[in-house]
Ligand binder design. Structure first.
Ligand code: NAP
Length: 509
């Protein structure tokens, strides 16, 4: 029978009571992202009754110390400030902590005892959501221990669930990515695995789906007949911010392109799925990756540009180059910038170049997809020399989230002078305030068992299948001359040459 108290409520997304276990709860991710997201879900009353959090890490801490440390994280990083004391007090009472090394079985027996106690007291009915906020090298150990301690339910058991949320990096090339997936599959069924890419939790990325498939006017022109080219920019103005050790292992291509940027490409280019449901959406997304024209050997060297920032300026003050950052080799050849020219070998986008660029210490922080439409077919309005600029649809993922359509209009006056103008939709002013953080949406979806906005194993594998040959081509080429751009600029000149070669230019953003 329908619950009469829920009639008319905005959301029917009520997850079942569960325990949320964070492996690596003493780390940066837990403090900066996970706890603030969970607290905000509590403020929004989206957490189920009895919901409990168990932090698990090596660091010795009492439960009170854990609560105090998490409160600091929430106070600093929550989107809602200040902390609501009533909500916090209830939330803190649901926080628990277990400390111990991951290779000691006894610690998992203690974890199990804690979870059994929570089930008995809070009605969480053996529903368990594990979050691996630890280095991937520890995943196999944790997975084995969970299985051995009887903490993984059979996926066909309808009375309870076990799900696992996995953070990037999902490997560092095709072989290690596939090995990581094979290892997860030893213990978990694919439908129990939620690979998080926080870009998919962003409102603006989901809005791209709404723009394309919720409106009748865009889809008919979303193809090679009308689109000249597409640009995707993921620019950061900051440097490696103390994460030199991590960055030396990753570089921009692994850190941004293999995951976030290819996710944006997939959502921009996918065919309409038959339903907004997990497998339907992910089936269409993975087809985009399969359609990517491989960049191998000479093709990779021709159609990609790597760069690394040297010293420069950031908001008027001098900043060091990448090689001077802590924990970075003074002779490092790791890229902090990458630009590529991509093509999709499919019916919709054949012949439409997709230019992508991503990097650190660029002029500004902005993530944007711009769809550049073809020029008008007949220069009717150009007789007085006025240039008619092609229309551009710009989807701003962050910051100033929104969508702008640039088109030309006549400047008032006696001549037919044209100028680009914009129709500008801004999330903030239209819907008021900022929406939920990506992690809030994604954690809630995982509790609900909805993997639509998570990466499936074949998607990760297809992304590596495209990226790995590029790394191989770079490894066999002469070492690049780095640094190649000054901090605070738009990357190396070769990035402009890459697009200028086709008679085009990067959009000024
Ligand atoms: N931070 C982010 O914003 C972010 C974003 C995307 C993805 N990630 C990924 O998420 C994961 C966690 O990131 P993080 O920034 O939170 O990392 P972190 O601050 O370095 O620590 C993560 C946790 O891992 C534990 N740990 C590290 N090495 C260990 C070892 N050898 N044995 C046992 N425990 C160990 C730490 O435990 P102790 O401190 O108790 O030793 C800590 O609780 C990483 O895989 C990272 O790549 C992080």
């Amino acid at each position: 029978m329908d619950n009469p108290f829920r009639v008319g409520l905005e959301t029917e997304r009520a997850p079942a009571p569960c325990a949320f276990v964070i492996f690596g709860a003493s780390g940066d991710l837990a403090r900066r992202k996970l706890l603030p997201a969970l607290y905000n879900l509590a403020v929004s009353r989206l957490l189920p009754p009895g919901f409990s959090i168990v932090g698990f890490a090596v660091t010795e801490m009492s439960e009170d110390q854990f609560r105090a440390s998490m409160r600091e994280g929430v106070a600093q990083f929550s989107r809602r400030k200040p902390i609501d004391e009533a909500v916090w007090n209830d939330f803190a009472s649901r926080l628990h902590y277990v400390s111990g090394a991951f290779d000691d079985e006894a610690n998992f027996a203690r974890l199990r005892a804690k979870l059994d106690e929570i089930d008995a007291n809070n009605g969480t009915r053996e529903n368990r959501l594990y979050y691996l906020a630890i280095p991937p090298s520890l995943f196999p150990k944790v997975n084995d221990q969970l299985a051995r301690a009887g903490l993984v339910a059979d996926p066909s058991d309808a009375s309870r669930y076990t799900r696992i949320i996995v953070e990037k990096p999902f490997g560092r090339d095709l072989a290690s990515g596939d090995a990581l997936n094979a290892d997860l599959h030893r213990v978990f069924h694919e439908r129990q695995i939620f690979r998080i890419d926080h870009y998919l939790g962003k409102e603006t990325v989901q809005n791209l789906v709404a723009l394309r498939f919720g409106n009748a006017i865009f889809e008919p022109i979303w193809n090679r007949n009308h689109i000249d080219h597409v640009q995707i920019t993921v620019a950061e103005d900051i440097g490696v911010e103390g994460r030199g050790k991590f960055y030396e292992e990753a570089g921009t291509t692994r850190d941004i392109v293999q995951n976030h940027l290819l996710q944006l490409l997939m959502v921009m280019a996918m065919e309409p799925p038959v339903a907004f449901a997990a497998d339907e959406v992910r089936d269409e997304k993975v087809k985009v990756l399969r359609a990517l024209k491989p960049l191998v050997g000479e093709d990779a060297l021709r159609d990609t540009v790597r760069g690394q920032y040297g010293p420069g300026n950031f908001v008027g003050r001098p900043v060091p180059g990448y090689r001077e950052e802590p924990n970075v080799s003074p002779a490092s050849h790791v890229e902090t910038f990458v630009a590529m020219r991509l093509e999709l070998d499919n019916w919709r986008f054949a012949g439409v170049p997709i230019y992508i660029r991503a990097g650190k210490r660029l002029t500004k922080r902005i993530t944007e997809i711009s769809v550049h439409f073809k020029d008008v077919p007949h220069a009717l309005l150009r007789e007085d020399g006025a240039h008619v600029e092609p229309d551009v649809l710009a989807i701003r993922i962050q910051p100033d989230e929104g969508i702008a359509l640039r088109f030309v209009a006549k400047v008032p006056g006696p001549t037919m002078t044209l100028r680009p103008v914009a129709m500008d939709f801004k999330y903030g002013s239209t819907f008021g305030g900022s929406g939920p953080e990506a992690y809030e949406r994604l954690i809630l979806d995982a509790m609900l068992g909805d993997p639509t906005l998570f990466a499936r194993a074949d998607e990760v594998s297809a992304a590596w299948r495209f990226i790995t040959p590029i790394h191989e081509a770079w490894a066999s080429a002469p070492v690049p001359t780095f640094p190649s751009y000054a901090a605070g600029t738009w990357g190396p000149p070769e990035a402009s040459d890459l697009i200028a070669r086709d008679g085009r230019a990067w959009r000024r953003i």
